[in-house]
Design a protein around this ligand. Structure first.
Ligand SMILES: C[S@@+](CC[C@H](N)C(=O)[O-])C[C@H]1O[C@@H](n2cnc3c(N)ncnc32)[C@H](O)[C@@H]1O
Length: 275
């Protein structure tokens, strides 16, 4: 066997490409955000800010969706931003690139541009461990929104969210091939809800990319989040809960405003907060 053939899939794989493929569904997410904004405001969403943007995959898809769309994408980490610039931004055409701005910065710092909507997805704001720092972040978002601006966030919970467990999902990508996504709730402290969560990837050749991503965050509850968002000034905070497919009894991917949800083992919902 040549030396080249001994390189494992894990060694060849790119963790950001794997993440984008297994974790993100920008089309479904942006569809929800655009439709909900229009429904609540009677106008189209145009200028979107993607906080904790990572590779800015969502922001790039936003400008690709419509030639009137604009995006600002913010992240603290230069390595992930650079990856996004090379693999996402550089694949946009010149005109699309003019409608997106990638910012290396802290989402808790004040910004000058007022936007229609801010997205804080994939639970990134769970990285704020204290109520005061989370509230400060929400205040900053509030200040940077237009008068009818909206903050969109996702949240997860359910009794399995409090367990130390591993969940696997099979994934496939044209370029990457087959791989397994592993969500590892590695440690959960019931006293302060701090958790350590990790993402690993496994490959058909038996190789494994361990701790491709590692998050130390706090499992916030929906009542806490709604109260803190109101404290930060938002006039209306609503939970969009997922409907159930009657045949499969699984989530149907359709989110609507609800004030009562089912006590599922594991749920994901959207929080929609209007200025
Ligand atoms: C969960 S990941 C990104 C998720 C991405 N938004 C998505 O939808 O898949 C969290 C990102 O937040 C960034 N981050 C953490 N704290 C930040 C802060 N205070 N300001 C800006 N970015 C931050 C990290 O560098 C990391 O790229």
């Amino acid at each position: 066997m040549s030396k080249k053939n001994k390189v494992t899939s894990a060694a060849r794989a790119d963790r950001h490409a794997l993440y984008q493929n297994s974790v993100q569904d920008t089309e479904a997410e942006l569809g929800f955000v655009a439709d909900t904004f229009e429904e609540l405001n009677g106008r189209a969403l145009r200028l979107l800010r993607e906080d904790f943007c990572g590779t800015a995959n969502t922001a790039c898809d936003w400008v690709r969706r419509n030639k009137k769309n604009q995006a600002i994408a913010i992240d603290l980490d230069t390595e992930v931003l650079e990856w996004g610039r090379l693999h996402n931004l550089d694949h946009l055409n010149a005109e699309q690139q003019q409608r997106i701005q990638m910012v290396h910065g802290d989402v808790k710092q004040p910004t000058t541009t007022q936007v229609d909507a801010v997205l804080a997805m994939n639970f990134s704001y769970y990285l704020f461990l204290e109520r005061a720092s989370l509230c400060q972040y929400f205040r900053r978002v509030y200040q940077s929104l237009m008068p009818d601006g909206i903050l969109f966030m996702d949240a997860y919970g359910g009794y399995e969210a409090h367990q130390e467990l591993e969940e696997e999902r099979e994934c496939e990508d044209q370029q990457i091939g087959e791989f397994t996504y592993v969500w590892d709730q590695h440690r959960f402290n019931p006293i302060n809800h701090h958790m350590n969560c990790q993402i690993h990837f496994k490959f058909p050749d038996g190789s494994r990319m361990n701790k491709a991503f590692n998050y130390n965050w706090r499992l916030w509850s929906l009542p806490e989040l709604q109260e803190i968002l109101q404290e930060a000034g938002f006039s209306r905070v609503q939970v969009y809960w997922e409907g159930t497919d009657e045949e499969s009894n699984e989530g149907d991917g359709i989110y609507s405003v609800q004030t009562e949800g089912e006590a599922d083992a594991g749920w994901i919902c959207y929080l929609v907060s209007q200025k």
